[in-house]
Structure formats: C-alpha cells, structure tokens
Write a protein that binds this ligand. Structure first.
Ligand SMILES: C[S@@+](CC[C@H](N)C(=O)[O-])C[C@H]1O[C@@H](n2cnc3c(N)ncnc32)[C@H](O)[C@@H]1O
Length: 225
C-alpha cells in the first residue's frame, strides 16, 4: 500500500478474533451493567445484537467523553442502550445525555441497563424520528459530544443538525463508516452507498478536524473547529 506516496508500510496488527478478544479483555473495563446489556440483548433480540457497538469502541467513547469534559451529549440511535451507557458513565453526575430512537421495545431494555448502572437520571430518551428531535433542539452551539449510529442514509442530515449545535472543540462520532468494507464497492447501494458518499465529504469538510479509525466497523471522530 503506498497511499499514492513513497512511504514505508507501518506495522499493523491483523484483526483476528484472538487479537480483538485480547483488546477487549485488556482495554475495555466491562462492569455488571455493560455485561448485562451485552448478554440480555443477545438473549432477547438474537442476531440484532450485532447492532450494538463493540466493547472496545464503548471504552473509547467513554474515555473521549471524559477527556473533553463533556457535560451535554446527544446520541442518535440507541437500540438497547450500550453506547449510551458508555457516554453516560463518562459524564459528570449533573451531565445530560439526550438519546434518540424510534423503538420503545429496544430502548425498554436500555432503560433497565441505565438504572442498574445508576446513570438513568442523566439520560433523556426521546422516541420518534431523530431528525425531528434534533431539529426541535434550540439553535445554540452547546453540545459537547454526539454519537451518530442510526439509519445510514440519515447520517448527513444528523451531522449537519448536530454540527451547528456543537460547541467549538466538541466532538461528533459516527459509527459503521466502513460498513463491513462495503464502502469500497462502487456498485454498492443502500446504506453502504450513503456512507461511501459521506466519508469523502466529511474528509473535505474544513469545519472539522477529523480521523477515521478502523475500529470495529469504522468510527469517525470529527472535532468542530
Ligand atoms: C445500530 S442501532 C444503535 C446501536 C446502539 N448505538 C448501541 O450501541 O447499542 C441503530 C438504532 O437506530 C434506530 N433508528 C433507526 N432509524 C431511526 C430514526 N430515523 N430515528 C431514530 N432512531 C432510528 C433503530 O431503532 C436502532 O435502535
């Protein structure tokens, strides 16, 4: 791989199942509430559990929330609450996280996990199309951190609504940006095509500093300038 430049190939660890297991065991501190949401999601919703972010992503999101001293956060796409738990535990006790989802059923389990972790009082859940919820927020740039993980064709609009409400230095995180590698396929349609179009647009967006991490299914970190 040359990236179009004459550079030495850096070291990269192959992402085997064993390496991922090692990373999670040594790099993600899973407490009872994390484990409850992982296990119960699998029991209740089977293969849908694959929608949950990976534990190593959750650890990073928690750390980023703390690192930037976030007090006000927004999540688009909550499912059974694992990523929200990771954000909420990174917030101070008087911090607030607004969660957007359309499923009462999935987020019912989320509420139980948040209660077990003792962070339910920091989280407000809004059921309804996320774009309506975001557009209903005050047009004030006071959000510290957002996490976008809902329907992929909606990402661009969520990003725009959130970016205008994010304070300078605040972060927007976007999950699944590599979409199982299908962003490389020019013939891909649907969600993969939405992300294939979004990624270069974000890379060229001079309103943010940006990095794409090949972590799990791909996680973009965009910092508002
Ligand atoms: C990939 S899952 C989120 C996973 C979650 N972040 C986690 O770590 O467990 C996507 C979620 O987006 C929600 N969703 C899909 N379309 C939506 C929309 N238009 N507005 C709000 N939520 C939506 C789905 O109900 C689903 O729970």
């Amino acid at each position: 791989m040359t990236y179009g430049m004459d550079v030495r190939e850096p070291m990269r660890v192959p992402q085997s199942a064993e390496i991922i297991d090692y990373v999670v065991r040594n790099g993600a501190r899973l407490d009872d509430a994390h484990r409850f949401l992982i296990d119960r999601t699998r029991e209740l919703f089977g293969d849908r559990a694959g929608m949950q972010i990976a534990p190593e992503q959750g650890a990073l999101i928690s750390l980023l929330t703390r690192l930037i001293g976030a007090r006000k956060a927004v999540e688009v796409g909550t499912f059974t609450g694992y990523s929200a738990l990771c954000i909420a535990t990174g917030l101070p006790a008087d911090g607030e996280l607004l969660c957007c989802d359309i499923s009462e059923e999935w987020t019912g389990l989320a509420r139980e996990g948040w209660r077990r972790a003792g962070v339910d009082d920091r989280i407000r859940l809004r059921i309804g199309p996320a774009l309506d919820t975001l557009r209903g927020l005050p047009d004030v740039a006071d959000i510290d951190l957002s996490f976008i993980d809902a329907d992929k064709p909606g990402y661009r609009a969520y990003y725009e609504e959130l970016l205008r409400r994010t304070r300078p230095g605040g972060l927007i995180l976007l999950d699944n940006v590599l979409f199982g590698g299908r962003v490389l396929d020019p013939a891909a349609d649907g969600p993969a095509a939405a992300l294939r179009e979004l990624n270069p647009a974000l890379a060229a967006d001079d309103r943010v500093d940006l990095v794409v991490l090949p972590l799990a299914d791909g996680l973009t970190l965009a910092r508002k300038r």
